[in-house]
Ligand binder design. Sequence first.
Ligand code: MG
Length: 370
Amino acid sequence: MNKKLRITSIDIYKSDIKLKEPFKIAIMEIFASQSIFVKINSNAGLYGFGEANPFWGITGETQSINLAGAVDLSKLLLDKNPLNIEERMREINGFLVHNSTLRSAFDMALYDLLGKAAGLPLYALLGGGKRTFWTDNTIGIGEPDVVAQKAVEFKNQGFQAVKVKLGTTFDMDTKRIKKIREAIGDDLPIRTDANQGWDYNTAVNILHALESMGIEYCEQPIAYWDYENLRRIRQNTSIAIMADESLFDHHDAFKLASMGCCDYFNIKLSKSGGIHTALKINAIAEGAGIICMVGCMTSTRLGLTAAAHVISARPNIKFADLDGHMMLKEDPIIGGAQYNVGEINLPDTPGHGADIDPDFLNLCECITIK
Ligand code: MG
C-alpha cells in the first residue's frame, strides 16, 4: 500500500487564539497565537497534521504570509509520495528559501503521516525512546516586582526552572533577576533570554553582574548576525551562552560550532523548517560537544507535541522550553503531549499523536488544495 501512497489534497486552516495576556520580549510583543494548520490527506485515508506559529520579528513570517505560502507549497506536493520525506523536504526547502515556520508545518505533517503509515509513535519512528522530561515556564518582560511575583507563582506550581525574558537596560535587567532570586530563593535555576536586546558591552556588563545569581544560561544576548561578538561574550562570562535567533538551520549550527560561539543550541522547529533539519542540527551539536534545548513560539499543543517527540528521541537534547500553549486562552488539541505542571508525557499513538478538535476547525477559515 505504502508504495502507492500519494497526497490527494491539503487543507490549510487559519487559527486565531488569544493569549491570556500580552507577551513581550525585547524585539516584539504579541497578543494572539496566529497559527496556520496544514492537514496533508492521502489516498489511503491517512492524514498528517502540522502547525506553523509565526513570530515575524524572528523569522519574517506573519499568518497572512504563511497562508499564501501554504497554498503554493500544497500545489508543489499534490499527487506526490508523502513518505519520501527526504525528497519532499528537498522540494519544499528549495522552493521557499526562508519561511522556516511555514516549512515546519509541512515537515511536521509529513512525519505525522509517516508515523501513521508505519504504525509508530514519532519518537520511535525517529529511532529514539520514550522519556519523560520537564519544560520550564517563561516570564515576559515586565516590571521587576511583577516578574518576581510570577516566578514565585511558577515555583509554587511546581516548575523546576523559570525562564526570564531580558534584553532591556542594565538597571532594569539586573533588578529583575535580583528580585526574582530574592523571591524564589536559591533552589530553582533561572534561565535568561535577551532576545538580541543588548549590544556587546551591555551584554558583558549585565552577564558579569548576574554571574553570582544562579543563572543556568543566557540565550541570544546580541543581534542574530553578530557571531564574532557572540564568541567574545562567551569568552568574557562564566554564564553559559545559548544561540537562538543566530541558529536556524544546520549551516548556522556548523558555523556557530566552528567559531566557538556558544555552549548550547536552542533548536526550534519553526526556525529549522521542521524535524528533518532539526535532527541535522542536533547531530552537528553532538559532534561539537554542544548540548541542545528544543524551544517554541506560542504554538498550540500540536506543534509542541511534535517538538516533544524530537526531544524524547535524542538524548543530546537536555533542555525543554515547550511552554507556548500555557499562554493561550484555548486548547483545541485532542491527544498529544500531556502536561503535568511542567512534566511532559508523550502518547504512544502512531505519528505525533495530536489531533485538532473538529468543532474548533469548523470555525476556522479553510482553503483546500486538490
Ligand atoms: Mg530565545
